[in-house]
Design a protein around this ligand. Structure first.
Ligand code: NAI
Length: 313
């Protein structure tokens, strides 16, 4: 089996001062990558900041013989994103890999969310990814090589009550990924996304009153998965997607309890109305079962492919 080697590679992992990001950083560093360990050092809901998160992981990597520097900028600002990429360039001279793991969580029913919650969650997760990916991709395009891994979430892809803003931001990343992936297909840059599940401090957060709890599910997961709820069980997928060996792009993958799967959006064969006049809502009603049926679905990999299927399928 070929070894995935990162000896000449420089990786930025945001939110690498704890939880899942720390595990991604360790696996990349152990394979020879030089690491920029970014972390603002906040509480789970985004309060405060501390250099100790990034410092401790950078120190762990150096103590194990690896190369790492710490960075404390927030991904949530344009200046922070630019500073993160500049710091990696300044220390190591290139940027080959970007893993966007920085994140916070605030659970609440959508009806109760405040302006501050909206600004914060969209700011950290969606704008946070844009803020770092844009300067990074310019560096990657110039060198003709890059690997970006966005960390998304089943909360948005499949739905998680109480997580509307978080889920919206996390699924916004998928639109971002799909378009960046196509734009950079011939530039040596791949962009993929991972929806992880691991019992970090974030996953253990209790839901407020009025929001159905997933804590029973978490307890069950702990029983069934045992040690495989640890972040190290997600890292192999991120490392593979960050490696030269991975040439596929615009994929969404799940990593949960040691199991790896692909997640995709599909088009059902559907029902076609007349071409010479619009169908009526009543026609949609009478064909809704056919429209819904997933049997024989297709998976378009671009808007163009969706149109091709619609025209010919
Ligand atoms: P975590 O709370 O342990 O780690 C997140 C890190 O991001 C923290 O160290 C925090 O200080 C840092 N951070 C927060 N805001 C930042 C900012 N503005 N700039 C830079 N750093 C910032 O949580 P965990 O579980 O490791 O989550 C990592 C990523 O995985 C997050 O994006 C999360 O949304 C996502 N995720 C986690 C799941 C899980 O099961 N743990 C499930 C689905 C997605």
């Amino acid at each position: 089996m070929p070894q995935l080697d990162f000896s000449n590679r420089v990786a930025i992992v945001t939110g690498a001062g704890g939880g899942l990001g720390r595990a991604y950083a360790h696996d990349l560093a152990a394979r020879g990558a030089a690491l920029l360990i970014n972390d603002l050092g906040t509480t789970m809901d985004g309060a405060g900041q501390s250099a100790s998160f990034a410092d401790s992981v950078a120190e762990e990597i150096r103590a194990a013989g690896g190369r790492a520097i710490a960075n404390y900028d927030s991904v949530a600002s344009r200046e922070g994103g630019a500073a993160i990429v500049e710091a990696a360039l300044g220390a190591f001279g290139r940027v080959d890999v970007l893993v966007n793991s920085a994140g916070t969580i605030r659970n609440m029913p959508f009806a109760n969310s405040t302006d501050a919650d909206i600004e914060h969650l969209i700011g950290v997760h969606l704008l946070g990814a844009i803020n770092v990916a844009q300067p990074a991709i310019n560096v990657m395009r110039a060198s003709g090589y890059g690997r970006i891994v966005f960390i998304t979430s089943g909360a948005g892809l499949f739905g998680g009550p109480g997580q509307s803003l978080y889920g919206a931001a996390k699924t916004g990343l998928i639109g971002l990924m799909n378009c960046i992936a196509l734009e950079n297909k011939d530039a040596g840059v791949t962009v993929n996304a991972v929806a992880p599940i691991a019992l970090t401090r974030m996953a253990g957060q209790r839901k407020p009153d009025g929001v159905p709890s997933t804590n029973t599910m978490m307890d069950r997961m702990r029983d069934v998965f045992g040690a495989s709820t640890e972040p190290e069980f997600v890292a192999p997928l991120v490392t593979y997607l960050a490696s030269e060996a991975c040439t596929s792009t615009a994929g969404i993958y799940s990593a949960a309890g040691g199991k790896f799967s692909r997640i995709f959006l599909g088009l059902t064969p559907g029902w076609r109305g007349p071409r010479n006049k619009p169908a009526r809502a009543e026609d949609v009603l009478s064909h809704f079962e056919e429209i819904e049926s997933a049997e024989g679905y297709k998976v378009p990999r671009s808007l163009k492919e969706e149109l091709d299927i619609a025209m010919n399928g």
